[in-house]
Design a binder for this molecule. Structure first.
Ligand SMILES: C[S@@+](CC[C@H](N)C(=O)[O-])C[C@H]1O[C@@H](n2cnc3c(N)ncnc32)[C@H](O)[C@@H]1O
Length: 247
């Protein structure tokens, strides 16, 4: 199966794969962070928006929310979910906006889809240029040194007469700026199983390296990866939420 098939040929399965993600809690938490660190402006852009679940929540909370993604099949589903929103097919490493944004988000570790450190740098430059004065960029990230290659999360869902089993895990070789997200999908219908494996190349970096990239553009606050409560990052966990206010 080709790289990133989950976002093209298998895009119809994406929402099933994410059935156990608490999108309302994630969106609510980021709205609270925006209230605390941002302005009252309501222009919002979600990078790597996928099928648009966060855009839906921000629209419902009164934001003028839009999304961008590099894969059209994901955008087609997002547009059905959010008919009133604007979606554009763009690479987050080099994107344009029609108006300055008050809040830019990037959920589910998608910032790592920037293919290499140069692209990540370019993405941060694009975000900085797209933000209004006092605008906030909020995303989550994983520290390459804290990746446990043995950890593979699995869950299953029944849907439309089939049983779907999904698995996902990070892989980092221990060297360099490349990590991978490994995914597996199995669909069992009337005793017949179809299986797909997907491997997504992603940029790998430590939180210390990430902070160095962010510093010239933003005032950076780092929080524990907990969407239920806002707690400063204690320095131990390998997942964290970055809240970056435009300098
Ligand atoms: C893990 S999904 C996350 C989708 C959504 N943010 C969510 O939380 O459900 C990653 C998304 O990143 C998109 N993507 C990958 N590379 C990208 C790039 N360079 N620019 C924009 N989107 C990209 C994929 O098409 C996919 O929709």
């Amino acid at each position: 199966m080709s790289t990133n098939a989950l976002y093209t040929d298998l895009s119809a399965y994406y929402d099933l794969m994410c059935a156990d993600i608490d999108y309302p809690a994630q969106s609510h938490s980021v709205r609270r962070l925006h209230q605390l660190f941002g302005t009252a402006g309501r222009n919002h852009l979600d990078l790597a928006c996928g099928t648009g679940p966060h855009v839906r929540h921000f629209l419902d909370c009164g934001y003028c929310s839009a999304g961008l993604d590099i894969n059209q099949p994901m955008l087609d589903i997002a547009q059905q979910r959010c008919p009133e929103a604007q979606f554009s097919r763009q690479d987050m490493a080099n994107f344009q906006v029609a108006e300055p944004q008050d809040l830019i988000t990037c959920f589910l570790y998608s910032i790592h889809y920037n293919a290499g450190l140069e692209k990540l740098r370019a993405c941060l430059t694009s975000v900085h240029a797209a933000l209004a004065e006092g605008g906030v960029f909020c995303f989550n990230a994983v520290d390459k040194h804290k990746i446990d290659n043995r950890s593979f999360v699995r869950h299953s869902v029944e849907h439309d007469g089939s049983l779907f089993a999904f698995g996902s895990g990070w892989y980092y070789s221990g060297e360099g700026e490349r990590q991978a997200l490994r995914l597996s999908i199995e669909k069992t219908t009337a005793g017949q199983t179809q299986a797909w494996q997907d491997e997504h190349p992603m940029v790998a970096l430590s939180f210390a390296e990430l902070q160095v990239l962010l510093e010239p553009h933003f005032e950076v606050q780092v929080f524990e990866h907990d969407y239920e409560r806002i707690t400063p990052w204690a320095g131990a966990s390998g997942n964290a939420l970055f809240v970056c206010v435009k300098r």
